[in-house]
Each structure stands twice: as structure tokens, then as C-alpha cells.
Design a protein around this ligand. Structure first.
Ligand code: ZN
Length: 185
């Protein structure tokens, strides 16, 4: 009786160990996949890397310990990323390439503010179209569901964000029409 119990305990311990190792391998695989994708993204769009600043030499660089788990695209709300994230990168790159500046262009911040996409940088060459591209996508973000990327129909009040009917229905809150002025409510 006792022997069987010990065997059972051993068996259970083996099963649990196998599960834990399996989960660990899965996580490693997911992590490797993210790193691979981000390295490909940064090779194509170097400005997506989170760079560090070297005060002495006044240059930005990718730090040695950068683990490639995040890029600036990850700071974009999910719906916008889905709807136009890569298109935005492509257009930024086209504008930067005209000035051979894709490697030198430094993004400072990517975020949502008052229901719009905001991208801040450290500056661009005179005449470069980058800020026109950003303006285009800031305007588009205001009309794109922040959750799913569908065309937005409503603007939430309080924390101002654009939503489609479906996503707005799934959340409690107060909404106005997408063409309304949330600051006047
Ligand atoms: Zn939606």
C-alpha cells in the first residue's frame, strides 16, 4: 500500500515537472519569436529601436543589453497598431529615406493623448516630410477604434478615446458622436 503511494507520488512529481518544463519551453519559444520579429522590424525600420543617448559623443545608439522584447510600435494602442502601425512605419521610412535619415531619426515617445496618437522625436532635417506623415496618422487615429482598429463611430468621455459601436457596447461609459467635441461636453 505504502509502496504504491510512493510510486504515485513519484509519478505525479514527474508529471508536474514535465508540465513546468513544457511551459518554460513554450515561453522561451514565444520570447524567441518576439525577438526574431522585432529584430526584423528594426532592420527594416531602425527608428523603432529604443536607443540610448551618449552625452559625451552626442549620439544615440542601441545599448548592448537591449533585449529586443519591445519596439516603439508596442507603445501604440492595439487597435491603431493593427489598423495602420506598419503602414505608418513604411511612410516614415519613405520620408526619411529622401534625406538618408532612417538610421538617424530618433523617436522620443509614442503614446495616446486625448484620443489621438502622439509621436515625439528629437528633430528632422529641414524639408523632410516626417511630421506631415505623423500628422496624417494622428488624424486617422482619432477616427480609428483604439481597441480593434475598425473605423470609429464614437468618442468616449472622461478618458477620451475613439471606439467602434461594437467595442463601445462592450464597455460601460459615456460616449458622443465621433464628430462631436469631447472638450465641450
Ligand atoms: Zn472596435
Amino acid at each position: 500500500m505504502l509502496a504504491i503511494t510512493i510510486l504515485e507520488i513519484l509519478f505525479l512529481a514527474m508529471v508536474v515537472t514535465a508540465l513546468i518544463i513544457g511551459m518554460g519551453l513554450d515561453m522561451t519559444r514565444d520570447k524567441r519569436q518576439i525577438i526574431k520579429q522585432n529584430k526584423e522590424l528594426i532592420a527594416k525600420y531602425p527608428f523603432l529601436a529604443l536607443k540610448s543617448y551618449d552625452f559625451d559623443n552626442d549620439i544615440y545608439y542601441i545599448p548592448d543589453d537591449y533585449d529586443y522584447m519591445v519596439t516603439w510600435l508596442d507603445f501604440m494602442p492595439e487597435g491603431w497598431y493593427k489598423a495602420f502601425g506598419l503602414q505608418l512605419c513604411e511612410e516614415l521610412k519613405e520620408a526619411l529615406d529622401e534625406y538618408n535619415y532612417a538610421d538617424k531619426y530618433i523617436i522620443d515617445e509614442v503614446k495616446e493623448k486625448y484620443g489621438e496618437l502622439r509621436i515625439y522625436d528629437t528633430g528632422i532635417p529641414q524639408g523632410c516630410r516626417v511630421w506631415d506623415v505623423i500628422k496624417k496618422y494622428t488624424d486617422l487615429s482619432r477616427r480609428t477604434c483604439i481597441t480593434c482598429g475598425a473605423p470609429a463611430t464614437k468618442m468616449s468621455l472622461g478618458w477620451i478615446s475613439p471606439y467602434c459601436d461594437k467595442c463601445a457596447d462592450e464597455m460601460k461609459g459615456q460616449y458622443i458622436d465621433i464628430d462631436g467635441d469631447p472638450f465641450e461636453e
